[in-house]
Unconditional design. Structure first.
Ligand SMILES: C[S@@+](CC[C@H](N)C(=O)[O-])C[C@H]1O[C@@H](n2cnc3c(N)ncnc32)[C@H](O)[C@@H]1O
Length: 184
């Protein structure tokens, strides 16, 4: 009898913990909506490969993902030879997950994930910017990129285009852009 009540209490405690974790995860998923960003929908692996190919990663490249999710694109870019990768991600659980994945793949020395809004990201030194955000933030992202990123930086956007900017390349709904030279 004692064992049964012990098991019942243990099970109850476990379910409570699980539902607390699930609620925290779910509420964190809603935060991006208030920060003009999209919720976590990971890019599928086939598209990750496609985006890395389109980006033409070189060993000199410093790559950045604005809303890096579980870090899969950044890790793939490092595996493709990028020098350094940086992610901005607002969901603390995803930040921890990407740092853990980087450790597992022994790439942690070349990866930095900031748990902060990508609107605060410093774009001036990056060579490649990865995006997978909602159309409502694409206009503002375009303005930020054009203002801050260096000429010739490449942008690879999954799913949605940057408005009024003709892509250099388009494969389905993956778009490649290049920041133009600044006019004097
Ligand atoms: C569609 S997911 C893309 C994830 C990842 N880049 C990928 O392709 O697998 C968008 C991500 O952006 C994050 N996000 C949305 N708004 C953000 C903001 N303002 N600052 C930082 N991250 C944000 C979300 O938490 C989510 O993980």
């Amino acid at each position: 009898m004692e064992i049964i009540s012990f098991l019942a209490i243990f099970l109850l405690f476990f379910v409570l913990l699980l539902s607390l974790f699930a609620s925290w995860w779910f509420i964190s998923m809603l935060i991006p909506i208030f920060l003009k960003g999209g919720p976590f929908v990971p890019t599928n692996w086939q598209r990750v490969e496609q985006m890395i190919r389109i980006a033409h990663i070189t060993p000199q490249d410093h790559v950045i993902d604005l809303g890096s999710g579980d870090g899969r694109i950044l890790l793939a870019a490092l595996q493709a030879g990028a020098k350094k990768a940086e992610g901005y991600e607002i969901h603390r659980g995803l930040v921890s997950l990407s740092r853990w994945m980087a450790k597992k793949k022994k790439l942690e020395n070349r990866l930095t994930i900031y748990c902060r809004s990508f609107w605060k990201a410093d774009l001036k030194n990056c060579d490649v910017i990865f995006l997978y955000q909602l159309p409502l933030s694409m206009k503002l992202l375009k303005e930020k990129i054009l203002k801050e990123a260096k000429p010739s930086a490449r942008i690879v956007s999954n799913g949605f285009c940057l408005p009024d900017w003709i892509p250099q390349q388009k494969e389905g709904d993956i778009y490649l852009y290049q920041v133009p030279q600044k006019e004097n």
